[in-house]
Each structure stands twice: as structure tokens, then as C-alpha cells.
Design a protein around this ligand. Structure first.
Ligand SMILES: [Zn+2]
Length: 276
């Protein structure tokens, strides 16, 4: 534990899926232990965190990946992951809405990505750079399995247990030409999986993501903002329930290889080994 950051094993990085639900207030079995926790990080004051509990497991959560106006997304991500490292978090779940690239997907499909393609330009996002990050199985196989089992309990629609998430910068959506270029290389497109996936590896934590389709990629089919709005509000309880069930059924002790895929950098002339 660093400073006043509470020690927890788990974290949920909320996205658009849980935003409208005041997650995890009013979810069965979950309680908020402390609200509006802010922490001073080397990258500025953190977003508001909640310290919560479900099934005797404590976790930290924040809204919308820590994004807020006046703070760059790169700094938001570093504030979030600096805090999660200080808390000693071992396992991180995230969620968010995505667009389609794969022509077989529809709005309201759920997908648990097993790989990613980072098309964003935020290449310099790191905490201290002391590790070589090997991005094999970057989305923790063990956590993905827990998300899949939880999704099957609560959702009767289509669930895809693998897929490639293409990360773009946003905030705008993609052009038809960009979606066309991604076709064959990715299944879904969104703006939040990177840099989170490699910041998670940098702090030695497992990371997995639950994506739900809210719109067709441009040029695939015309989509309706009204449908996107309905999904945004209707599915918040579903997404929240899946995340809480996954934490309930996940041990803090790990049988995956995530920790071994982070190595001390050999580039010691460039990066010293200070923590912050
Ligand atoms: Zn893992």
C-alpha cells in the first residue's frame, strides 16, 4: 500500500457499459465501502475511485477509464494504473462498447477479446519503462474464462469467446475506409483497450475485457443512434452483473502466465529503475 491507496487484489475499469447504472450500487451482493477516493499521482490527481466489495473480495473501480475533460487520455490512463499499482491490484476487468469490423457481428453481441491491434498513436504511455512487456496472451486466458462463464449465466444472446479488438484514438468514430482497412485484421473496434492492456502488464496485473457491440462499423450497415442509446441504458445491469460474477468466481492467486511475461528491461542505460 502506497500513501492512502487501499490494498486490494481486484479492479474494474468501468466503461460505457456500466456508466448509467451507478455501478456497483444497487447490485446484488455488492457494497460500496468508500466513495469519491482521489489519489495524488505523478501524472496529476486521479479520477474518483470507489472501494467496493463483492463476495468478501474488495475491489477498486472508476468510471469511463478515468477519462474526463481537461485531462489527456494518456494521463488519465497513467493516473488509473499508478493507483492500481499502489493498491497492489493483481487482476483487472474492463468493459466498453465497441463497433463492428467483422461483418457477422450485430449490435448487442458480447465479445471477450483474446488479442488486440493497437492503431492508436499513444505509443509513449508507460509508467516508468523498467520492464520489457511481452504481449503474448495479453488478455489473461484465466480471466477471459471467468468472464465467459459469467456472461453465459446472465446473457441469452450471442457471446463470442475470442476476437481481435482494434484500438483507435477517437473520440470520433472510424471512416468507412478505416473500417475497410481493418477488415480481415480485427473483429471489433474501440478506443479503450490500449494503453490499458500494456499498462496492466507493466504493473504485473492480469487484464481482460468485456466488449459489447453498440454499432456497426461505418460502411458495413447503417446504424441508429437511438439503438446505441437503448443499449447504453438497457444493458448496464447486464454488464455490471457479469463483471461482479466474474470477480466472485476468480481467485486472487493466479494459475496464468501473465506475471512471467513482464521482464526487467535490458536497456538500463535508458531507463533507470526508480518506481515513479
Ligand atoms: Zn493472468
Amino acid at each position: 500500500m502506497a500513501g492512502n491507496v487501499p490494498s486490494v487484489d481486484f479492479a474494474i475499469i468501468g466503461g460505457s457499459g456500466t456508466l448509467s447504472s451507478d455501478f456497483p450500487k444497487n447490485f446484488a451482493g455488492a457494497n460500496v465501502l468508500a466513495d469519491n477516493l482521489f489519489f495524488n499521482t505523478p501524472y496529476g490527481k486521479s479520477p474518483a475511485f470507489r472501494l467496493c466489495t463483492v463476495a468478501d473480495k474488495n475491489f477498486l473501480t472508476c468510471k469511463m477509464h478515468g477519462w474526463r475533460s481537461g485531462v489527456t487520455r494518456a494521463d488519465s490512463s497513467r493516473q488509473v494504473f499508478w493507483t492500481l499499482r499502489a493498491a497492489g491490484v493483481k487482476r483487472i476487468l474492463s468493459e466498453g462498447g465497441v463497433g463492428t469490423v467483422n461483418r457477422l457481428l450485430n449490435p448487442r453481441d458480447l465479445l471477450i477479446p483474446d488479442d488486440y491491434l493497437d492503431m492508436s498513436t499513444r505509443k509513449d504511455v508507460q509508467l516508468d519503462g523498467r520492464y520489457l512487456l511481452i504481449m503474448r496472451d495479453a488478455l489473461c486466458p484465466e480471466l477471459r474464462g471467468k468472464l465467459l462463464a459469467a456472461a453465459k449465466k446472465f446473457f441469452t444472446g450471442r457471446i463470442f469467446e475470442r476476437g481481435i479488438y482494434a484500438v483507435t484514438d477517437g473520440r470520433h468514430f472510424e471512416s468507412p475506409a478505416e473500417i475497410s482497412m481493418l477488415n480481415g485484421h480485427a473483429d471489433i473496434v474501440g478506443q479503450s483497450l490500449a494503453p490499458e492492456v500494456y499498462l496492466a502488464r507493466e504493473i504485473g496485473a492480469c487484464y481482460a475485457n468485456l466488449s459489447f457491440v453498440v454499432n456497426y462499423g461505418e460502411g458495413i450497415r447503417v446504424w441508429s443512434h437511438e439503438v446505441m442509446r437503448e443499449i447504453f441504458f438497457d444493458d448496464a445491469r447486464l454488464i455490471g452483473n457479469i463483471l461482479l460474477d466474474a470477480i466472485t468466481n476468480t481467485a486472487a492467486e493466479r494459475s496464468c502466465q501473465c506475471r512471467e511475461l513482464r521482464k526487467e528491461t535490458l536497456l538500463t542505460e535508458i531507463y533507470d529503475s526508480k518506481e515513479d
